[in-house]
Design a protein around this ligand. Structure first.
Ligand code: FES
Length: 322
């Protein structure tokens, strides 16, 4: 029997006590963002739905950049013969990081509100680490104002450590657990028209799911038009055919993202990426689809990297030699 190698996130998944913090916080953020149409719109904005791009990763550059600068300036202050030349700049960098962290906190909470299970635990650990960093930097700023520069610098170093751990956990969320990666990437559909359904099997307004290659495609006949979009939600892969489909809009059954069926555009979050759409051709009693031009920009399947890339090998693969 083989064992599964541990990752940081699999270790955090074994800490059920994190749920005692995560559950009430998530209930509160869910109630806040879902209170009415205006708060839902605000959440869409924080998720990046109108921009079709997540906002949180862009905003975290401000506190991390400012606090990295502050760390270097603190170091220069500690080693300089004229420390006051560096002190004010270091204080400004720490203060800028604190102010710049607030939008990151709000957008991060909006993104985390729609996570669950393992992802939610790693997300709350990420938030706790960053909260420790915020507290340490706020203390550091207070100590600077009080003239206790040595203690302030120590708090700064500890805060930098906490924000680094928070950053690692943020990386786990995206790269290991796939939180908010666009669920448009896999699997790949055939690039040319393929027949996927008999015309007679698609009646007006009644959605049907058919497969092109291994890709499930949601088909909806709307007058003379047939809409064809990927059937899984770009937020976390929810099955759109199990949600509500009406007036040219599909609503995901999992967290309520809404998409325009004619161009795949997200109309309501938490999804921020559009659905992939397909060109449709109907002939000879069959419905054919192929990815439209935009959808064909899906990354190609992995190819042999060729001689330019040869991974190092420290062991010889076993052969079948007798
Ligand atoms: S999977 Fe979350 S809104 Fe669809």
């Amino acid at each position: 029997m083989t064992r599964q190698a541990r990752t940081i996130s699999s270790w955090i998944a074994q800490l059920p006590w994190l749920d005692t913090i995560a559950e009430p916080v998530q209930r509160a953020t869910g109630a806040l963002f879902g209170a009415n149409r205006a708060t839902q719109r605000a959440k869409d904005l924080l998720n990046g739905t109108p921009l079709r791009h997540r906002i949180h990763p862009a905003l975290i550059a401000v506190p991390i950049g400012a606090w990295t600068t502050g760390l270097l300036l603190d170091l220069l202050e500690a080693r300089s013969e004229r420390p006051q030349e560096w002190a004010r700049s270091a204080d400004a960098a720490v203060a800028l990081g604190l102010v710049g962290a607030l939008p990151s906190v709000v957008t991060g909470l909006a993104d985390w509100t729609d996570t669950y299970d393992h992802q939610r635990r790693v997300g709350i650990a990420h938030a706790l680490s960053n909260s420790v960093a915020l507290t340490l930097y706020a203390t550091s700023l207070g100590l600077r104002f009080a003239g206790k520069r040595g203690a302030a610098r120590v708090c700064g170093v500890l805060g930098f450590g906490a924000v680094t751990v928070g950053g690692m956990l943020g990386g786990e969320l995206v790269y290991t657990l796939g939180v908010n990666v666009p669920h448009t990437l896999y699997p790949k559909p055939p690039t040319d028209f393929v027949a996927i359904l008999a015309s007679a099997d698609l009646s007006q307004g009644k959605p049907v799911v058919a497969e092109a290659g291994r890709v499930p495609i949601l088909l909806v006949r709307d007058g003379d038009t047939i809409h064809a979009v990927q059937n899984w939600c770009t937020h976390a892969g929810g099955p759109l055919d199990e949600g509500t489909i009406a007036d040219g809009i599909a609503e995901c059954p999992w967290h309520g993202s809404r998409f325009c069926l004619s161009d795949g555009c997200p109309l309501q979050g938490p999804a921020s990426m559009p659905l992939r759409t397909f060109d449709v051709h109907e002939a000879g009693g069959q419905i054919f689809v192929r990815p439209n031009d935009e959808a064909r920009s899906w990354p190609p399947p992995p190819a042999n990297p060729g001689p330019a890339y040869q991974p190092a090998r420290n062991a010889t693969a076993p052969t079948n030699a007798a």
